[in-house]
Design a protein around this ligand. Sequence first.
Ligand code: SF4
Length: 445
Amino acid sequence: MALKALDIYKLLPKTNCKQCGSPTCLAFAMKLAQKQASLDQCPDVSEAARAELEGSAAPPIRLVTVGSGERRFEVGNETVMFRHEESFYHPPALGIIVGDDMDASALRERLAAISRLRFVRVGTEIGVGAVAIDNASGEPEPFLSAVKAAQSLDLPLVLMSRKPASLQAALAACAQQRPLIHAADKDNWQALATLAKEHKCPLAVAASNLDDLSALSESVKGAGVEDIILDVTAEGEADTLQALTAARRLALKKHLRSLGYPALARAQGDDPFENLGQCCAYVAKYAGIVLTTLYQPEHILPILTLRQNIYTDPRKPIQVESKVYEIGAVTPDSPLLITTNFSLTYYTVAGEVEASRVPAYIGVVDTEGTSVLTAFASDKLTSESIASFLKADGVGSRVRHRKVIIPGFIAAMSGALREESGWEVMVGPREASGISKYLKTVWRG
Ligand code: SF4
């Protein structure tokens, strides 16, 4: 738990010697509490106080990096239970499991399919975060071959095996990529902790309940492994979800260090929709890594969409650039529609215009990332702002006509906009779903 200034003050020397640059120890404590100073600035702090202060500065859920360089993801370092309290910062990585018992050509095809699991949604690229190679054969050679094949992907690796010999063979080929070793259990943890330490790789620990998991993470940490992932997967979805929630609560609210690591959950079962449902539940609460055998785009996109929605900070709306966008083979006679720069609004309008097959310009006015009604209500979308947008360089020159289509919800400003811009103002539909019909009938009519 982060200490308050007074708690920190009690641990300082209280001599007010000013060597830290602050006039008093209390002033320095206040800076430390706000993370505006470093403890190293005080030369006289005792070792005991240092240990306590540094411990309190550690995040309740450790930030763990899997992979290296461009091919990596970070999970953990979350500070709140619920998004409405602050925000969630590190989206869970979705890893796709492939077995080393697949024949070589099937494995190649599967890996190629996984490499294509990237999508652009509301202007942001989203995709899977890892490929997990399952040592289903139980043998080192096929595991090594599958790991080598998976190295061709631009993704971090998860090495799924309980067998030290298999892991040792694979790590010899890929340790520099810093894969996640999955997973240490009560029988193999010493050997796997040795491998993780030797190769400087993160290590997942797995147990059937949180008590055993807590004890195991302490043992592994005691063996010198710092980057730990907790595999909390239980028999069924409900139990896994309960373990995810309990582990997070114990780490954040009870400050239980042995559970202060990102959690991993594996979706189970052959029914794709059941598997997909589990993935979504684990993304929502509160996995750092979700592993699944699903690999079809129609199964993966909903999971990634949910993740994007949860990990988008609602206080910082995603925005598109304010400018004129061309949809289709536009000409100077094409219609010009006005909307706002809230990404979801723009992409909804753009999608409907595209579906109408009527080439059109979309003029995106800067409303600080708010939707039409919000912008209108807060005076961010006014007749003045639209008129000045129409007068800007490169807007009016796109079209020969002087007609602008505004969203139906802001029809009330038509008169003022006509006066201020000199353009003919056409009132479009209230909902984006009406755009196609509007362009085909009212505009072309
Ligand atoms: Fe207090 Fe240490 Fe700063 Fe001196 S250097 S004023 S002892 S906090």
